[in-house]
Design a protein. Structure first.
Length: 711
């Protein structure tokens, strides 16, 4: 058992913990690594940070523990709330074990009155991401009283000099809208109660000194790796340190611990950087890319059939669509909604994952075989967590619905898009869904599943209790089981677009669909802010039709392609309707994507700051090359535009800068510098970073792609 002071450091991030005494350890510092310090230095630090000496408002008050409570003299939101026999239980934790190494700490403590054991782990993993996880185990005798867990949240302190808070909001087809406010006073929470994070998910709570910037500034943030209801919290009380944290949002009675039970709270990722939002993203991207399951093969160029055919499935037309896709260089063909029994619109048949023989008389085998013959991967759409009342499975098993059985017959408000939720925590329902998907993956050689989730959970009831937690853990288990049974299978998380793009779902999936909007103007910001957590290789970004079905906006093909290039690219468009010029452009784009994707999907993502809010610039910088997408979302303020300065390059090397016009030329007016019109220039990295390139005066909704190669 370790005691005294514990110092964790990894990749420039440090945590200093005071584990003296019987109570839970206290975090003295989380932020930049401070190097080697002695126990005497740590003890002096504890004194330097002490709140008060007796007599005072609360004689025992000191630094806050790993789970701050009222007994710590804490007036903010408690780190946990427990109930016994309906009454709040104030635990008194006695530490029974502390184990630590250079990068991790594990603490175990017991509360004699409730027979609960609390376990807390802190790990600084790749990228300097600090992961905090709590668990509660009931170790009482068989007749011991049950304990209800109202919440169990991870928290860490941040400097009280942080004065700005960044969270997120949004809606369908406009996800990840940043919300920047002054640091709120008191104990403040943002919550999601949708059974999924939601289009309006707070995503993270990021405390900053000054307004958050992409290229500079100190930030401390937290994200909960959980795909259901959640709470993000900030506590800015006047007589203690500031805390940020996050945890699962539990309904009353949802988690009740009886002897032998354990509640493992979702992991919370805490991220500190002094390099602004790009530094924040770089830490999380580094962590994700270091995972053993992170996709390592080149991300294939996709054609998804949804906006090409919707529910109008015709085998011959879809085979022709696959043939056209192969001809222009596409690598993955995904058959979307509408292929299963009775599914001619979105009102029926969810849960009956059998092929509709009235539309596909020979099944999907001939299409899958043809797709594979063409050298493409074959993907198929499912919505496994949902069930339609008009389905064979619902008629046979009405008890498989994750809803309050007392209200289902007469409360139509529980329906959403004509669909309900399948209770996957029911072992029989789980087995049904697994067996149907497993059989199709085996039969058809499915390479990829688009896994959709098109509604919120409302009054979810499982075994008489709120069912959100059990449903989410069952979904994770189902995804993991399918991937275990089919190791080469890739799965995309789609939830009406970007309503479930958290780090929890990415433990068991390989990509997310960032939004149901393929409008590239909306996508510029959706992808930018989705990228705060996820690197571009994990973010689906498709070229949609000329006029967007979600916004009615018409945009140039070059603009749509430049935006798609910024992620895991693809098409959601009836390319059979394209004319010869459009088909040739698609072919050139496919070749360009394949040439540049290794840079985009492995480089550091940077967002050069420009004053004019009409610009959107995203750079992907590797060791020897970079790709930069320059776009406008409105008209520019100045006739002579700003200079584009590109950070992250080697200042001592020369770079050839080329405008890649395979996708078409961007339109501009008034001013266009020689390097842009000629399409190429060579400059040292130092000049590109410090002086920059004069930008052309692009028209609104125009974009071009730069390719930099070190010489």
């Amino acid at each position: 058992m370790t005691s005294g002071f514990i110092r964790l450091e990894n990749e420039g991030v440090g945590v200093i913990v005071d584990a003296r005494g019987a109570g839970l350890p206290r975090v003295l510092h989380w932020g930049a690594a401070v190097g080697r310090i002695t126990d005497a230095d740590a003890e002096a630090l504890a004194r330097a940070l002490s709140r008060q000496t007796p007599p005072g408002t609360l004689d025992a008050a000191g630094q806050l523990s790993l789970s701050p409570q009222e007994a710590d003299g804490w007036s903010g939101r408690p780190g946990m709330q427990l109930r016994r026999d309906g009454v709040v239980h104030h635990a008194r934790w006695v530490v029974t074990g502390v184990e630590a190494d250079d990068t991790s700490l594990s603490v175990s403590a017991q509360d004699a009155a409730s027979a609960l054991r609390l376990s807390v782990t802190i790990r600084i993993e790749r990228g300097g991401v600090v992961w905090v996880q709590h668990a509660l185990t009931h170790e009482g005798e068989s007749d011991a009283e049950a304990v209800d867990v109202d919440w169990l949240e991870a928290t860490l302190p941040v400097p009280s000099t942080t004065d700005t808070l960044l969270t997120f909001d949004g809606r369908w087809t406009r996800e990840k809208r940043p919300v920047v406010t002054p640091m709120p006073a008191g104990a403040t929470v943002r919550q999601s109660r949708r059974g999924r994070p939601g289009h309006d998910s707070p995503v993270a709570a990021i405390a900053a000194i000054g307004a958050p910037r992409w290229d500079d500034g100190a930030l401390w943030g937290v994200h909960l790796a959980w795909s259901s209801d959640l709470t993000t919290r900030v506590d800015r009380v006047t007589d203690a340190v500031t805390l940020i944290g996050a945890g699962e949002l539990l309904r009353p009675g949802e988690v009740r611990l009886t002897p032998g039970d354990e509640y493992l709270a979702p992991r919370a990722a805490f991220v500190h950087t002094t390099a602004g939002l790009d530094g924040f993203a770089h830490r999380v991207h580094t962590w994700l890319r270091a995972r053993p399951q992170h996709p390592s093969a080149p991300r294939p160029l996709v054609l998804n059939t949804w906006e090409a055919v919707y529910f109008d499935h015709d085998p011959a037309r879809l085979a022709a669509l696959a043939e056209r896709a192969a001809g222009v260089g596409i690598e993955r063909f995904v058959l979307d909604d509408g292929w299963f029994q009775g599914r001619r619109d979105d009102s029926t048949s969810l849960g009956d994952w059998t092929v509709d023989r009235s539309v596909w008389p020979e099944g999907l085998g001939p299409l899958a075989d043809r797709v594979h013959e063409l050298g493409l991967q074959f993907g198929l759409w499912f919505e496994p967590e949902m069930i339609s009342l008009d389905s064979d499975v619902a008629r046979a098993h009405p008890d498989w619905l994750l809803h309050n059985p007392r209200h289902l017959d007469h409360d139509v408000a529980l329906s959403w898009r004509g669909q309900y939720v399948m209770d996957l925590a029911n072992p029989d329902a789980y087995a049904h869904v697994f067996s149907q998907i497993d059989a199709l993956v085996t039969e058809l050689g499915i390479d990829f599943i688009k896994w959709d989730h098109n509604r919120d959970l409302v009054e979810s009831v499982h075994a008489g209790r709120p069912g959100g937690h059990a449903q989410t853990t069952a979904v994770y288990a189902l995804l993991a089981a399918l991937k275990s049974a089919h190791p080469s299978l890739e799965i995309e998380s789609c939830s009406s677009g970007g309503a479930r793009t958290d780090l929890g779902i990415l433990d068991v999936t390989d990509r997310v669909w960032a939004s149901d909007s393929n409008d590239p103007v909306e996508r510029q910001d959706i992808q930018r802010w989705t990228g705060l957590l996820l690197p571009p290789e994990l973010v689906g970004a498709h070229v949609g039709p000329t006029t967007s079905h979600s916004s009615g906006r018409t945009t140039a093909l070059s603009y749509r392609m430049a935006t798609s290039l910024m992620g895991s690219a693809g098409f959601e468009w009836d390319i059979l309707s394209c004319d010869a010029d459009e088909a040739a452009t698609i072919t050139r784009f496919a070749a360009l994507y394949k040439e540049l994707r290794h840079i985009v999907h492995s480089g550091r993502v940077l967002h050069p700051e420009l004053r004019d809010p009409a610009w959107r610039v995203t750079a992907f910088v590797g060791a020897d090359a970079a790709v930069v997408v320059v776009a406008t979302v409105a008209s520019l303020e100045d006739a002579r535009a700003e200079r584009l300065r590109l950070a992250g390059l080697d200042p001592d090397r020369r770079y050839r800068v080329r405008v890649r016009r395979e996708i078409g030329a961007a339109e501009y007016g008034w001013i266009a510098p020689e390097w842009f019109t000629e399409g190429e220039i060579e400059l040292p990295g130092s000049l590109l970073a410090e002086v920059g390139l004069q930008l052309p005066t692009l028209w609104p909704l125009q974009a071009f792609v730069l390719h930099l190669e070190a010489l």
